[in-house]
Design a protein around this ligand. Structure first.
Ligand code: SF4
Ligand SMILES: [Zn+2]
Length: 614
């Protein structure tokens, strides 16, 4: 039996956990150390509670233009027609639905305080104004901001009291799930929201019928219709009649995930269990100037079905940050991410290879192979159609033809020219039956397949032979990447002796680092347990006193509050294997705070910096 989210019950619980009406504060996400932080194109700001979002009118080819919130914001602010707009985002830490395509990790939607803290709108505006170049739009997003509808009028009042209500455009989103806007806001607050000239709201319809709605959100199907009722209630009367039946499609616009929703809905499958994985290039420093590579783009976000499970892959591109470097403009990819699946293929390469082996190696018919593959995928909760197996056969043949295609591919050669060469990555996939290995060779900069072969002999000579089509391309090789298999490393180093080689050490290091990482996590938990209650109570006292003291004292209290927030942020840091130890980072950050406080005490200096340097 399908279990749906009980929206009414969950919303009530999350609301209670996300708003403090007495203190007028809200539970907001702090992005530091979160999985979402890695998706951001700019580092978090406002002490970790903010992020910058780039709204763009144009997205991928074939997609409708997205004028929101660019046009209403420009109109309100008297700006000229523009196609891109920066916005300051704050995100609340709760959402009552769980959309499969959501770009916010679900642990940031569950009112968990690991990556969230209580903030008042006043402090949010202070943090926003403290930036050197605050964007013209403040975007209150989620989570689901409307679980705590008070957030919007509170912000409006705060913007007014700072005298910037006509200089900033306030924007929020709403998943049309509850009637809290009417249930919890006073008439006066509702009036404020509807008459505030510099405010706009985007409402997102989650599906084109009850079935797709439920599939997308995991909420009860009857709430599909309710979205329209809520939207009707929100709209000014003259627009109500324009809202027809079910022909409305939402278009959420996140810089990382502008997604062809309707298409996805048609194709999407629901998988029992999905593991999220983030991939970055195996290279950490620029091969030309040795500077540390930085994230520059999201190359793809997709689901890949492998024989071991379904993976939600985020593949990030990195580049050299030095504008003078010869490698500027080059994007480095993760060879491991490319090795998972062929471009635009949902089934992983291991499934393709299995299909190829059954059909071409064991001469199984389509029906036999279909049955075999279905059985192999059943434990991971995935089904496959006969037609898809046929595609897998084709994909296997395409794979083996890859090398001849590369030499003819003019477009790719142009790209290679720009990159000044290729990075050769080799990966062996061994189907678990038989003694064959399918070797796949790719360019680590463009992800293009260069060669692929099914071999039974893994000797150095055989691998060199397999790599010959790449040598024949006669293109400069900037580097080579392989897993730790000795024959692969030897073949690469014999063919390209003067080229730097990178072993894909990530997995080995990750395992080696695990025990230390565990200890570190325990140490951080202890630190948090000891310090968190104290720091919370200090901040509470500061906030209580700040109203009753002189301006100069209030300024000092604000500095102290910054320090306290710095400590809180440090305690909320989260680590990542193999080397990002949160406990160590938190201890270092706390040391920094202590040193800065000592300096302040000794010299009366007023230098305040948060542990992450914002
Ligand atoms: S309603 Fe929005 S925030 Fe909530 S899960 Fe869906 S996409 Fe994410
Ligand atoms: Zn460089």
């Amino acid at each position: 039996m399908t279990t749906y989210i009980n929206t009414e019950k969950l919303s009530a619980r999350l609301r209670e956990a996300a708003i403090n009406l007495n203190q007028k504060s809200l539970l907001l996400t702090n992005f530091y150390g979160t999985e979402q932080e890695r998706d951001l194109t700019e580092t978090p700001n406002c002490n970790g509670f903010g992020r910058i979002r780039h709204f763009k009118r144009f997205s991928n080819e074939g997609w409708p233009l997205n004028p929101l919130p660019i046009d209403p914001a420009c109109k309100a602010l008297g700006l000229p027609h523009i196609d891109a707009l920066r916005a300051q985002v704050f995100q609340n830490a709760v959402c009552n639905w769980r959309c499969w395509y959501c770009f916010v990790p679900f642990n940031l939607l569950a009112a968990s305080q690991t990556h969230a803290d209580w903030l008042e709108p006043r402090l949010l505006i202070d943090l926003y104004l403290a930036q050197t170049d605050p964007p013209p739009v403040i975007d209150l997003t989620g989570g689901q901001p409307d679980l705590v509808p008070e957030w919007i009028p509170w912000m409006m009042k705060e913007l007014r009291s700072h005298g910037i209500d006509k200089k900033v455009y306030l924007w929020s989103d709403d998943n049309l799930s509850t009637d809290y806007f009417w249930r919890y806001l006073s008439d006066t607050d509702r009036e404020l929201v509807s008459s505030y000239t510099h405010y706009g709201r985007v409402c997102c319809f989650k599906g084109f019928n009850a079935e797709s709605f439920t599939f997308n959100t995991k909420a009860e199907p009857q709430l599909f219709e309710r979205q329209f009722d809520l939207m009707r209630k929100l709209l000014p009367s003259e627009q109500k009649q324009r809202l027809g039946g079910g022909d409305i499609l939402s278009q959420e616009t996140d810089e990382e995930t502008t997604c062809p929703r309707k298409e996805l809905m048609k194709k999407a499958k629901s998988y029992a269990e999905v593991t999220r994985r983030f991939y970055r290039p195996e290279l950490y420093s620029c091969p030309e100037c040795q500077r540390h590579l930085r994230r520059t783009s999201t190359l793809s976000q997709r689901k890949v079905v492998t024989l071991k499970g379904v993976i939600k892959v985020t593949h990030a591109g990195y580049g050299c940050p030095d504008p003078q470097c010869r490698a500027r403009g080059r994007t480095y990819r993760s060879a491991a991410a490319d090795a998972l699946a062929l471009p635009s293929f949902t089934f992983g390469l291991d499934v393709v290879v299995l299909a190829g082996q059954l059909h071409f190696g064991k001469h199984q018919t389509l029906d036999e192979a279909h049955q075999h593959i279905s059985e192999r995928l059943a434990p991971v909760g995935v089904s496959i159609s006969r037609r898809e197996v046929l595609y897998l056969f084709e994909a296997f043949s395409t794979l083996l033809r890859a090398s001849s295609d590369a030499s003819q591919d003019q477009e790719w050669r142009e790209q290679v020219k720009k990159n000044k060469g290729i990075i050769v990555s080799i990966d062996g996939i061994k189907p678990d039956e038989g003694n064959e290995t399918v070797y796949v060779v790719r360019d680590g900069l463009t992800g293009r397949l260069l060669a692929a072969e099914n071999v039974t002999d893994n000797s150095v000579e055989r691998l060199k032979q397999l790599l010959m089509p790449v040598v024949a391309l006669n293109i400069p090789v900037l580097g080579t990447i392989s897993d730790a298999q000795e024959t692969e490393v030897m073949a690469l180093s014999q063919l390209w002796p003067h080229v730097p080689h990178q072993t894909c050490q990530f997995h080995a290091l990750r395992e080696a680092s695990r025990p230390g990482f565990k200890e570190d996590g325990q140490m951080k938990a202890q630190m948090r347990k000891k310090l968190q209650p104290k720091i919370r109570s200090v901040r509470k006292q500061i906030h209580k006193h700040v109203e009753q003291v002189s301006e100069a004292e209030a300024e000092q209290l604000a500095i102290l509050d910054e320090y306290a927030l710095g400590v809180q942020t440090a305690l909320n840091l989260e680590g990542k294997l193999p080397f990002d130890y949160a406990g160590v980072a938190a201890a270092e950050a706390l040391d920094e705070v202590a040193t800065s406080l000592e300096r302040l005490e000794k010299k009366g200096e007023m230098s305040v910096s948060s542990p992450r340097g914002n």
